[in-house]
Design a binder for this molecule. Structure first.
Ligand SMILES: *Cc1c(COP(=O)(O)O)cnc(C)c1O
Length: 413
């Protein structure tokens, strides 16, 4: 497509865009369990109006837009309050989990260098950790050491195997709360013990759990300790645009102290332009992502989040019970909003494809091959429908006698 020579009127463009969207996943109907966190139309409206209110403002300019600087500060402070940030803990908003993780690694690396680490740096991850770590490590030429999970089907990181993988050039070890593929919270307390004993930086990736786990715990869910209350945890990533229900482009990267945080911002005297100290990867930062996160957090409050997260956990429990009844095995013991499960006889990717035909846009896990759901509050009303379609999908796969199993691959891009 070429840029049109003359512009087109907005009304016409708007209707064309609506038409183009018609072929997309119908997430508002509650049959999408990946990519979108659906807290309902009221939260969507708050996101949208709060985003557009500061859409043109730029988080790069705190002096020009003290409103945004203050909102960011308050968002970070609310996040630290939920995650047991000690006195002096601090952080920043970023554009998303990948950005938060990248900045945490950069900070840990520069901290390690300041302490004399000079060899080729490495990070030690459980096999289930998000690939954002590999992407960031690739950018920074850091070696990634992925360590197999514990044996026995808990799908948890293995702290002693990770400890055995550390060396003097390890700048960070990682635990997830929870991991994305299985939805399982790693044994962060044991990882924290290793981190303290070996004086290694522990990062907890709570991208998908950071704004769910604290409220699940308040609701009585047995969530193990996973945040700054454990002394070895030096940094965390927690995404606002996941279970924080903020507009997309919003995450937090958090540090135990100002001393550690100080290694994150980038500053450079040697260029022709004005001084421009940036805390995160971005230069220009969309004001709307900050204002929408601030507004949604204040709109929901503890009570609102507890109500929504209660629905998420209830939906997961209903899925869990329903799939077990149908002969599926649930991977590990999920306690939050992610769940993966597999059938002893039926190929999960074939079931996935049959569910897709029935309007479900969901996900899969590769190790081991399983169906994967990332549940939203909206799904609390949808699980009976899902299980009915799961029955039909299983029936169709049985009827095809596994004929399609190896050829059907979920498509994401
Ligand atoms: C989503 C996610 C990320 C990456 O976050 P983005 O916002 O997609 O960049 C990292 N870790 C975990 C566990 C996640 O679920």
């Amino acid at each position: 497509m070429q840029l049109p020579k003359t512009g087109r009127n907005w009304a016409e463009l708007k209707s064309e865009m609506t038409e183009r969207g018609a072929g997309d996943a119908k997430w508002r109907d509650g049959k999408t369990a990946v990519y979108v966190f659906n807290a309902g139309p009221e939260v969507e409206q708050v996101q949208k109006e709060a985003y557009t209110a500061f859409m043109s403002e730029n988080g790069l300019g705190p002096a020009a837009f003290p409103s945004l600087a203050q909102m960011e500060k308050e968002v970070v402070s609310m996040a630290l309050g939920l995650l047991h940030g000690p006195e002096g803990a601090t952080g920043a908003m970023t554009s998303g989990g990948t950005d938060s993780i990248t900045m945490a690694i950069k900070t840990a690396r520069d901290f390690a260098r300041s302490k004399g680490q000079a060899g080729p740096a490495n990070i030690v991850l459980p096999q289930s950790a998000h690939l954002a770590f590999d992407k960031a490590a690739h950018l920074m030429d850091v070696e990634v050491r992925r360590v197999p999970l514990k044996t026995g089907g808990s799908f948890e990181a293995d702290p002693s195997a990770m400890a055995a993988t550390l060396d003097e050039n390890t700048i960070m070890m990682v635990g997830s709360a929870p991991n994305f593929p299985h939805g399982i919270i790693d044994p962060i307390e044991a990882l924290s013990d290793v981190a303290v004993a070996r004086d290694v930086w522990l990062h907890v990736d709570a991208c998908v759990g950071g704004f769910l786990a604290p409220f699940a715990r308040m609701n009585g869910v047995p969530v193990p300790a996973f945040d700054f209350e454990l002394p070895g945890v030096r940094s965390m990533s927690a995404d606002l645009h996941k279970y924080g229900y903020a507009a997309k482009g919003a995450s937090t990267v958090l540090f135990r102290s100002e001393e550690l945080y100080a290694y994150m911002p980038f500053d450079l005297a040697g260029w022709s332009g004005a001084p421009m100290k940036t805390p995160t990867l971005a230069g220009t930062r969309p004001g709307g992502a900050i204002s929408a996160a601030w507004a949604v957090m204040n709109h929901l409050g503890v009570e609102g989040y507890r109500r929504l997260q209660g629905k998420v956990c209830a939906a997961r429990e209903q899925v869990e019970a329903g799939v077990r009844e149908r002969g599926f095995e649930v991977l590990g013991t999920p306690v939050l909003g992610l769940i993966a499960f597999r059938h002893p006889d039926l190929h999960p990717f074939a079931i996935y494809a049959e569910l897709y035909k029935r309007g479900w846009f969901t996900s899969v896990t590769k190790e081991p091959r399983s169906l994967h759901l990332m549940l939203s509050p909206k799904h609390a009303d949808m699980i009976d429908d899902y299980l009915r379609d799961l029955d039909a999908a299983c029936e169709a796969v049985r009827a095809a006698n596994g004929a399609q199993a190896e050829t059907v691959q979920p498509r994401y891009s």
